[in-house]
Design a protein around this ligand. Structure first.
Ligand code: GLU
Length: 273
């Protein structure tokens, strides 16, 4: 495949891998693992940031409403993370693709010694054609004033990882085609924005919204992630994760989803389409 990218981070949200009845979307995971294995085997360095620990934990124990109590969420994430990793490992194995699990907390990337160490681990995995699968270590991270080790949510985690590993591109797979000029659930004539060079207040005011009951993301967190990416002179895309083969289209230059970059990408403009 012809592409200008060398190292990319793909983030998939809970709403793409778990449906409204709390069933795991094995079809999405099957397609995602096929695409990522294909890219890796074609010579691209690929990292996967995945949500879904809490959602899969809810599925495993048969819970349909997300609890709010931290201890319960952390216990669910501990149940779900190992199950989630099993599902990924099984699917990647079918494509002869080795994967590795990395569970991060914020202190690990904030402290130079530990961040250099984890970077060395990631680079070693990539050099050996292993796909790192990253999530926050939800079961143990805390959000205390004097000891904050949580990232909060995974769009932020994915943007931090992208900058940290010096990747060219972050692709966020969501349950929507990209960013629209109005909320498409309320305004059926809302237009998809194809290129965004900067995150403005006006853009934030149209994005609004929140995620599904299983995850924590929404458009606001995606714009925060894009802001972090743009500040570091990198690129980000939001794509619909229902069919992950769209990743191949994007990295070969097709005009799909919403693309964030300071420079205008070939074939896109910043009018709505
Ligand atoms: N780390 C959380 C999980 O795996 C997801 C956070 C998010 O949805 O942004 O459940």
């Amino acid at each position: 495949m012809k592409t200008k990218y060398k190292r990319i981070v793909i983030k998939i949200g809970t709403s793409s891998i778990i449906d409204a009845d709390s069933n795991i979307r094995k079809d999405v995971i099957e397609s995602l693992t096929a695409v990522l294995s294909g890219l890796n085997q074609a010579g691209l360095e690929v990292l996967l940031v995945t949500s879904g620990a809490v959602g899969v934990g809810m599925h495993t124990v048969g819970m349909h409403t997300r609890p709010s109590e931290i201890g319960e969420l952390q216990a669910l994430s501990a149940i779900g993370q190992s199950e989630l990793m099993d599902i990924y490992a099984d699917h990647f194995k079918a494509h002869d693709q080795t994967v590795a699990q990395l569970l991060l907390t914020r202190d690990v990337v904030d402290y130079p010694k530990s961040s250099q160490n984890v970077l060395k681990t990631i680079n070693t995995l990539l050099k050996n054609n292993v796909i790192p699968i990253i999530n926050e270590n939800d079961a143990i991270s805390v959000d205390e004033f004097d000891h904050r080790t949580t990232f909060g949510e995974n769009d932020q985690l994915a943007a931090i990882v992208t900058n940290f590993v010096n990747a060219d591109l972050l692709i966020i797979l969501s349950d929507i085609n990209g960013l629209y000029d109005a909320n498409p659930k309320k305004h059926p004539d809302a237009k998809l924005l194809e290129w965004i060079p900067a995150i403005t207040e006006q853009l934030r005011s149209v994005a609004g919204g929140h995620g599904s009951q299983f995850g924590t993301g929404g458009m606001e967190t995606k714009l925060n992630a894009a802001d972090l990416i743009l500040q570091n002179h990198r690129a980000m895309a939001i794509l619909n994760g229902q069919d992950p083969s769209i990743i191949n289209q994007l990295i070969s230059g097709a005009n799909v989803g919403t693309y964030f970059s300071a420079e205008r990408p070939e074939g896109r403009n910043n009018e709505s389409k």
